[in-house]
Design a protein around this ligand. Structure first.
Ligand code: ADP
Length: 654
């Protein structure tokens, strides 16, 4: 050791104080280490040890060739509860730190060569508390000189920063989690940081909402990235959130933004929430937004539609009702009550009680149809309390509840008395007019035929051809008048049918052959129901076939042929008339069997007619227990079919 010796007493006074480590250092048998007994220590070591022990800063010293160790109370916790302490005191550096020797020894050598080392938050795992622990340090290694100024040790002033590092790692992780959460959120989210609200993170939905790309907004001040959003009040709202720390939320807020290259008004529900740091200071704002433009537009459309419907309902004097099918509770509009002659709303059965006794069945049937098809539609008479009779029309639709069960009928009622009166006047007029026309036309026809016979006898061929044309047109007029008469009779329920039994094929063959004389197109007759007898009005079935064949001819101007087919289908016999003409659009197919219906298209005026033929045919067939229907494709042609029940051998009278 050095020449400058100090007495033990003096030496120990240097080591006074210093808490636990002070005491341990005083009691330690230093003579057994290469440092030697305290009395032999150089002044520089005594001073160093004294500074270390009295320091409240964690300090550590390696001294001499063996790098013998000294440390203080402040350093002691870094050695753990059970582990290196107290063995580390006086121990050789290498014996104490075998696990980190490869890390620290090169550093020490640097220091011993005269260069100080400083490192921050350095991970140096050490063995403590029974296992190897990740410990972070901020430390400086500086040269410790002996009395001669020679570097003889390494003074370590250090601070364990494990807690700080872990806390900041946790913070980093939680920030990362927050960012991930934002990026994957199913709603638009972003984080704005600092006084100019720099967009730190924004997810795809938020970028879509803004109509901006990542490059246009990320790490840019919000209103620089989205200039269109400026001046709409959001700057102030954001500032307030940062100043007060209070969350701001808004519903259906209108924002004008440039999206897809054009300025659009969009509606958003959003929340601005202050982002607080550990010390409660506000560093930014978390934004959560949901675009509700479509919902608002849909609502506006519904409101508009409702308004229009209300207007239409009021203008058309339509009454509305809502009937609960389970409870029979009926909610009605004022107009509905008025139609039924009630000053205010009544129970369901009060309305039903007004239905004319003869029409009650119509209503019951309509309700049966409602349960099958979901649609309610009927016309009936009601007898109001003041005895006046009114015609009403009800139209409704069934509605399901959330479980898919039919629970309500919602519909409308219209007073159609005036309309019915007009229809009756029209029917009466048609009835009277056609009746009055029938007699003179029959007479004209008679005279035409007489004239024709006379001209035949005289051999006046030119006049004869004029007269046969006249006869043809008179026949057309007669048919028309007959149709009108039949239709009025059907409407008033006065059509008389004259029943007879006949073989169906025989009738179809006969009419088709007769029609072939008047039609230039070829009629292919394919009768395949021999022996099928029907009991019905022969003349009316003749009229039906004639009408269908004439239509097939009329509506297929460019076709070469028409096919007339019969066949048996179970206990029915079917007649099909097929043409290859203009066909019928699917949506019109069901309409054509109604009276006065003619398909409204470019060809309407090309083909003459008044739209009664199919109505009459269908009424006849339905009355006879058969069916009439059409299969058609526009531009390709149509197949009209009707069926009638066959009578069995034993049912026949002769
Ligand atoms: P009309 O022929 O006197 O107009 P109908 O009651 O016989 O009256 O026919 C009603 C409508 O149905 C016709 O106006 C026509 O539009 C359509 N129609 C009937 N038969 C055919 C057919 N074979 N092909 C195409 N359209 C047809």
């Amino acid at each position: 050791m050095d020449s400058k010796k100090v007495s033990a007493l003096e030496a120990y006074s240097f080591l006074e104080g210093g808490g636990e480590l002070g005491k341990r250092t005083r009691l330690f048998n230093w003579a057994q280490t290469s440092v030697g007994a305290v009395e032999t220590w150089p002044q520089s070591l005594l001073s160093l040890v004294s500074i270390i022990l009295s320091s409240k800063f964690p300090m550590f010293l390696w001294w001499g060739n063996d790098l013998v160790q000294f440390y203080n109370d402040a350093y002691r916790p870094s050695l753990g509860i059970e582990g290196k302490h107290p063995k580390a005191l006086g121990q050789k550096g290498h014996d104490c730190w075998p696990e980190i020797w490869p890390v620290i020894y090169p550093l020490m050598q640097q220091v011993l060569a005269g260069e100080s080392v400083w490192q921050e938050d350095q991970l140096i795992p050490i063995y403590r508390n029974g296992h190897l622990e990740d410990v972070y340090w901020t430390f400086s290694y500086s040269p410790a000189r002996d009395d001669k100024g020679k570097i003889n040790g390494v003074l370590v002033v250090c601070n364990e920063t494990t807690e700080k590092v872990i806390a900041s790692k946790k913070l980093e992780e939680s920030e990362k989690t927050l960012k991930n959460m934002i990026l994957q959120a199913p709603v638009a989210m972003c984080i704005l940081q600092g006084p100019s609200f720099v967009v730190e993170t924004a997810n795809k939905k938020m970028l879509e909402l803004w109509g901006r790309t990542k490059e246009q907004v990320i790490n840019k001040a919000l209103f620089e990235g989205i200039p269109a959003a400026r001046g709409q009040g959001f700057e102030q709202i954001l500032k307030n959130v940062v100043i007060t720390g209070e969350t701001y939320s808004a519903s259906e807020q209108k924002v004008s933004l440039v999206r897809n290259g054009k300025l659009e008004d969009v509606f958003v529900n959003f929340i601005y929430q202050a982002l607080k740091e550990g010390d409660d200071s506000i560093s930014g704002v978390l934004v959560v937004a949901v675009e509700v433009t479509q919902e608002i537009e849909a609502r506006q459309r519904i409101e508009l539609a409702e308004q229009r419907a209300r207007l239409a309902i009021n203008a058309a004097a339509i009454g509305t009702f809502d009937l609960d099918l389970e409870t029979e509770k009926l909610i009605t509009s004022e107009r509905y009550d008025e139609i039924f002659g009630f000053p205010d709303a009544r129970g369901h059965m009060d309305y039903v009680a007004l239905i004319h006794p003869d029409d009650k069945e119509i209503r019951d049937k309509a309700f049966e149809v409602l349960r099958r098809t979901g649609r309610l539609q009927f016309e009936c008479r009601i007898i109001r309390k003041d005895k006046s009779i009114r015609w009403i029309r009800i139209d409704g639709e069934i509605h399901k509840n959330d479980e898919g069960k039919y629970t309500r009928v919602i519909g409308v009622a219209i007073d159609i008395t005036d309309l019915k009166y007009l229809i009756k006047q029209k029917d009466d007029f048609i009835g009277v007019a056609s009746h009055e026309l029938k007699t003179p036309i029959t007479t004209i026809k008679g005279y035409t035929q007489v004239l024709e016979e006379m001209l035949k006898v005289n051999g006046d061929s030119a006049e004869l051809s004029i007269i046969s044309k006249l006869d043809k047109y008179v026949s057309k007029l007669t048919n028309l008048i007959n149709d009108l008469l039949d239709a009025t009779k059907m409407m008033s329920g006065h059509l008389q049918l004259n029943y007879s039994e006949f073989e169906f094929d025989e009738l179809v063959n006969e009419i088709s052959n007769d029609l072939q004389l008047t039609i230039t197109k070829r009629i292919d007759i394919k009768c395949a129901a021999p022996g099928c007898f029907v009991r019905t009005d022969r003349e009316k079935i003749e009229q039906t076939v004639t009408n269908l064949v004439n239509n097939a001819n009329k509506f297929s101007p460019n076709a070469e042929n028409i096919v007339v087919r019969t066949f048996r289908d179970g206990d029915q016999v079917v007649c099909e008339i097929e043409d290859f003409g203009i066909g019928i659009k699917e949506e019109n197919a069901h309409k054509i069997f109604q009276q006065f219906v003619r398909i409204d298209n470019d060809l309407k005026n090309t083909f003459p007619g008044i739209g009664l033929g199919l109505y009459i045919s269908s009424e006849i067939i339905k009355r006879e227990g058969g069916k009439i229907y059409v299969r058609s494709k526009e531009g390709e042609g149509s197949v009209f079919s009707f069926s009638l029940p066959c009578i069995h051998e034993f049912q026949r009278i002769n």
